[in-house]
Design a protein around this ligand. Sequence first.
Ligand code: MTE
Length: 310
Amino acid sequence: MLIRTPDDIPPSEITPPDVYRERRRFMQSLGGLALGAALGAPAAGAQSLPGVRRGAMTLDEAQTPYRDVTTYNNFYEFGTGKADPARYAGSLKTRPWTVAIEGAVKKPGVFDIDTLLKLAPLEERVYRMRCVEGWSMVIPWVGYPLNALIRQVEPTGNARYVEFHTLHDPAQMPGQRARVLDWPYVEGLRLDEAMHPLTLLAVGLYGEVLPRQNGAPVRLVVPWKYGFKSAKSIVRIRFVEKQPITAWMAAAPREYGFYSNVNPNVDHPRWSQARERRIGEFRKRDTLMFNGYGEQVASLYRGMDLKTYF
Ligand code: MTE
């Protein structure tokens, strides 16, 4: 990401706030304050999503506490600090909300978010997420495979890639008043990646409606790629023939390739990607190829040199 730390210190080397919080929590629990449980659960007043079933390919791994998932975020539309999205995303209006389907499809159109929510059964999928900055989380998302929507709109033979556009509205997204990125935030996938059953259109987490700071009302979740591929607050999905230039590729082409698969063997030009800090843990762990989803996705890249197509 665009890091403003002295001498290119990778962000994972700086003790993040969650580690301080974890220490403080530990001290508090020693003092008899039973805060841990409260911090792990969704906030009172969050709106729960009914009828969510357990999805496939869901992990049985310790989940990152709700509080960390919703207060340690990257959402540059609300500022570049990790706490900024939780602090400032209140100005985002998530209703009415529409998602336009455009380009090489037989059935283009505009979906109202509440129609989109009912397009397929909602599933809970616990996924590992790895940010390019060197931290990771385990998040119980709620959503359904993006392929349910793609099938509905029937891509034509010219559809080889899919673009995802975030809302562009500086009145609601104060971070867009600064030219940190060339807004709107645009991300992209190859059509087969977008069709992969792991790729989710997410509308919630921890059984609740997606908090604004996590990309309400609808975002992408692509667990085998660095977190920035998972575009938030999507208003447009466009099917195209040519590989899109994403917002991060435009900002720093040497640092952010189109594929951006989690790959411990390809360093970011300014830091190693070999290890990561799971939010809430002290010791770093080894980063896994394709974020541990190799069995499911490696075949998508057979024959490709992943150092060239990073
Ligand atoms: N989407 C938009 N529109 N703007 C962003 O700045 N940040 C990305 C991604 N999606 C980002 C975005 C990055 S770098 C990461 S790591 C994830 O969102 C973080 O998602 P989370 O805050 O829900 O954990």
